[in-house]
Design a binder for this molecule. Structure first.
Ligand SMILES: *[C@@H]1O[C@H](CO)[C@@H](O)[C@H](O)[C@H]1NC(C)=O
Ligand SMILES: *[C@@H]1O[C@H](CO)[C@@H](O)[C@H](O)[C@H]1NC(C)=O
Length: 406
């Protein structure tokens, strides 16, 4: 199936043995002599005289959603595409455990990978324009449950942030703590909302004048006892960021269930977080933070992809966002460097671009300090000044290849 992607997502060769076009394959065009019907009950959906595509029957009937808002007729371009540059988060687990000493800065002066050079390559050669820079709360405060930054450790993290800004890209500050501090949930038995807000006040004060800084309030909250209380925690952080002088930058609102794009609406996160506002009462640049992997259990731990997430996640989420006048950014997605992941990832990105009025973009997991042998590695290798990307980046995720990012 690799050849399909080399031809720019148009499935000239994507036919099933039954002679019907496969889901998301091309099914008809002017002068087309191939299959004109789709298998598995999909509909051949006319786009223009040169291109029709097999889409799920539900997608063709539901483009006008229940609220009456339709997605734009012409496929748009995504605003953002990028890569996570991991390392400052290393040692943090889903329980919010971790320690400053287990972080592994993706900076050569700390014996890590050359994150700055990776980002420069990703911008120059692949046309990526956003990086997410995960860091643990423990690292920023040297294991103290406070909002006061440890200046020495923060200077290390800021080195990576400044290298990101120097590429011209947008840079997401991501607190990678799963809504927790050593097992206790922020605002629900763990650190108070005031303490968490003071952490964000410290960070936002530092970056208040940087328009390309994005504030990622929290990575992957999960098993929250009370989503209404979590929304209050998020509100405290948003208010702290805005009051620190970062009045216009994008802020990412983190939902329950590991920020699953599939359950943002159904688990009540979307409704609960909808009440979070800027101090002026608006929702301007308050964007839902969603994640989605493509393996069998959505965990991003297998190198085999089994879904493009369209029917179960992106289609219903897009409709909800459109109906409610909101937007989302997919800050973690990825797959193995395998044929199945190349196929499904390309389809996922294509669909997100078709819904770019409400889905702003995607950030792949992960480069930085991950080895090239890591199952979801997007870490490029460098040889004599020439960079070589991982297969999934090269075939699908790089904007220079998919041409789906503005
Ligand atoms: C969640 O917290 C809110 C605010 O304190 C409260 O009104 C509500 O009953 C709680 N919900 C649950 C399920 O405990
Ligand atoms: C969380 O989301 C995944 C898909 O991303 C889904 O399979 C799972 O059932 C969800 N869990 C809960 C508790 O909603």
């Amino acid at each position: 199936m690799k050849a399909v992607h080399a031809l720019g997502f148009i499935g000239f060769t994507a036919f099933s043995v039954r002679g019907q076009a496969a889901l998301y394959a091309q099914c008809e065009w002017l002068g087309w002599t191939g299959a004109t019907t789709c298998d598995n009950g999909a509909d051949c959906n006319y786009k223009n005289d040169y291109y029709s595509q097999c889409l799920p029957a539900s997608a063709t009937t539901n483009t006008a959603s229940t609220c009456g808002a339709s997605r734009p007729a012409s496929a748009g371009k995504l605003k953002y595409a990028g890569v996570n540059i991991a390392g400052f988060d290393f040692g943090t687990d889903t329980n919010g455990d971790g320690s400053a000493s287990s972080a592994y800065p993706p900076l050569p002066q700390y014996y890590g990978a050359d994150g700055p050079a990776q980002m420069a390559h990703f911008v120059k050669d692949d046309k990526f324009n956003i990086f997410r820079l995960p860091v643990s709360w423990q690292f920023l405060t040297d294991n103290v449950g406070t909002g006061t930054l440890n200046q020495a450790y923060f200077a290390e993290y800021d080195t990576l942030v400044q290298a990101c800004l120097a590429t011209g890209a947008s840079c997401v500050i991501d607190i990678h703590n799963y809504a927790r501090w050593y097992g206790a949930i922020i605002g629900q038995g763990g650190p108070s909302n005031e303490v968490f807000a003071s952490l964000w006040n410290s960070l936002a004060s530092h970056y208040a004048s940087e328009s390309r800084i994005v504030f990622g309030i929290m990575n992957e909250p999960h098993d929250l006892p009370n989503i209404t209380l979590w929304a209050q925690t998020v509100q405290a952080a948003v208010t702290a960021i805005r009051n620190a002088g970062a009045t216009t930058q994008m802020i990412l609102l983190p939902c329950d269930n590991y920020s699953s794009a599939e359950t943002l609406v159904s688990d009540g996160s979307a409704e609960a977080l909808s009440v979070v506002t800027n101090p002026d009462g608006s929702h301007t640049n308050l964007v839902f933070d969603v994640h989605k992997y493509l393996d069998y259990d959505s965990s991003g731990t297998s190198d085999t992809c089994v879904t493009n997430n369209i029917a179960e996640a992106w289609e219903p989420l897009s409709q909800w966002l459109r109906c409610n006048g909101r937007q989302a950014l997919n800050t973690e997605t990825g797959g193995g460097n395998t044929a199945s992941c190349e196929e499904y990832m390309c389809q996922q990105i294509q669909y997100m671009a078709e819904n770019s009025d409400v889905i702003l973009g995607y950030v792949g997991w992960s480069a930085g300090n991950f080895a090239s042998t890591y199952v979801l590695s997007e870490t490029p290798s460098e040889n004599g000044g020439t960079w070589i990307d991982q297969p999934l980046v090269k075939s699908c995720m790089a904007p220079s290849v998919n041409n789906l990012v503005a």
